[in-house]
Design a protein around this ligand. Structure first.
Ligand SMILES: *Cc1c(COP(=O)(O)O)cnc(C)c1O
Length: 384
């Protein structure tokens, strides 16, 4: 019921009436049930489970969609990040700058390749704050991970200038932003390699875990293909130690079906964001994400609609009682707020956000009426 990012379950409404769940998996399946079932049947009848033609076809379709040379299916978004970091040459002794407002997977991937995640703040646009990144630079800093959060891109001019100035590799966490653009360039095409998550609640979600990696360089692409499959190359020999990080064939087949309608689903998300933006921008106490038509530099895909409110907890309770599911990303915690990880950060804005942020329902199965209902409730909360 959540985006992968969040451990928290959306609360269910105690009273009868309209229900606007945060996400709606059954409806998403029902919409194209026959096509999904026939796809499953086709794959199962062929007994084609691992590294079969459906995977190759999906990889080709994804590369075509994003206009990149190589797209590689992997087990999940976190595996994509780990492989991308490895391709960037990140390893033991290195530090990687990560914003604290992100899914734990961003930092975990750094840790798992043997390097140290060093956290910085985000800015009012909820994206990495490059000025804050400047303060955590050290002689060991090897890379920076801009997180293209909520389906929106960071200020990539700033990130690129900063990386160039300090000789850092860029490893994008574009897991939430497949199809988003900055100055006409797709998220995922800025650094060494781009990463995507096909977790069910992501904009391109499969029926389980899945992920993708995109890149241009032929040699690195071959390395990535080997890394995801136990280090095995096309010749069947092992050329390096790899992992079992493959995308299942059956998920790849489903993803090909979904990719055909991907643009439509993004249009739908943007239309819903337009409704929220038009209706809620009159509520002075809310901080909204930039509207879909507000920024000529960016094309946002609205993976999430994250708002901020001083009275966040009361607002969530009010909405819950009226059947509207909301969640707090990352269960309400920035990375450095997970005490057991002992990650320190000077991130005052992220901390403020953790007290104020929440996400409204926004997915392709949400109707215009649902969105208006959500807005009605929010207006009632603020204006009575
Ligand atoms: C979803 C997500 C990932 C990867 O998640 P997986 O569950 O491993 O596919 C990484 N970073 C961010 C910001 C995400 O939202």
């Amino acid at each position: 019921m959540t985006t992968s990012a969040t451990a928290e379950k959306p609360a269910t409404a105690p009273q009868a009436g309209r229900q606007v769940p945060f996400f709606n998996y059954p409806a998403l399946f029902a919409e194209h049930r026959e096509e999904y079932l026939s796809t499953f049947e086709d794959v199962l009848q062929r007994g084609a489970y691992i590294m079969q033609r459906d995977l190759a076809e999906f990889e080709e379709a994804l590369a075509r969609y994003l206009g990149v040379k190589h797209a590689i299916g992997v087990a999940d978004g976190t595996v994509a990040l780990k492989i991308a970091l490895t391709l960037a040459g990140v390893g033991p002794g290195d530090e990687v700058i990560v914003p604290s407002h992100t899914f734990i997977a961003t930092a975990a991937a750094v840790h798992q390749v043997g390097a140290t995640p060093v956290l910085c703040d985000c800015g009012p646009d909820s994206m990495i704050d490059v000025d804050s990144a400047r303060h955590v630079l050290s002689s060991r800093t090897k890379a920076i991970m801009p997180v293209q959060l909520n389906g929106r891109t960071c200020d990539m001019d700033k990130v690129e200038a900063f990386a160039a100035e300090h000789g850092l590799k860029i490893v994008e966490d574009s897991c939430q932003a497949m199809g988003a653009k900055y100055r006409g360039r797709f998220a995922g095409t800025f650094g060494v390699a781009g990463s995507f998550s096909f977790f069910p609640a992501k904009t391109l979600g499969c029926f389980g875990d899945g992920g993708g990696l995109i890149l241009e360089d032929d040699a690195l692409a071959e390395q990535a293909r080997e890394l995801r499959d136990h280090g095995r190359g096309k010749d069947g020999k092992v050329h390096r130690f790899g992992i079992n990080g493959r995308l299942d064939n059956i998920q790849a087949a489903i993803l090909s079906v979904k990719l055909k309608r991907y643009d439509e689903s993004i249009d739908r998300r943007r239309a819903l964001a337009r409704i929220y933006d038009a209706r809620l921008s009159t509520v002075a106490e809310l901080l909204l994400p930039p509207g879909p038509d507000s920024d000529p530099l960016r094309f946002d895909i609205f993976q999430n609609y994250e708002i901020q409110s001083e009275r966040r907890d009361a607002l969530r309770e009010f909405l819950t009682a009226r059947g509207v599911g909301t969640i707090m990303q990352w269960g309400g915690h920035m990375i450095h707020q997970f005490e057991d990880l002992n990650l320190k950060a000077h991130a005052p804005y992220a901390e403020e956000m953790s007290r104020r942020y929440m996400m409204l329902p926004l997915h392709p199965m949400l109707s215009d009426d649902d969105a208006h209902y959500v807005c009605d409730q929010i207006e009632t909360f603020y204006n009575g």
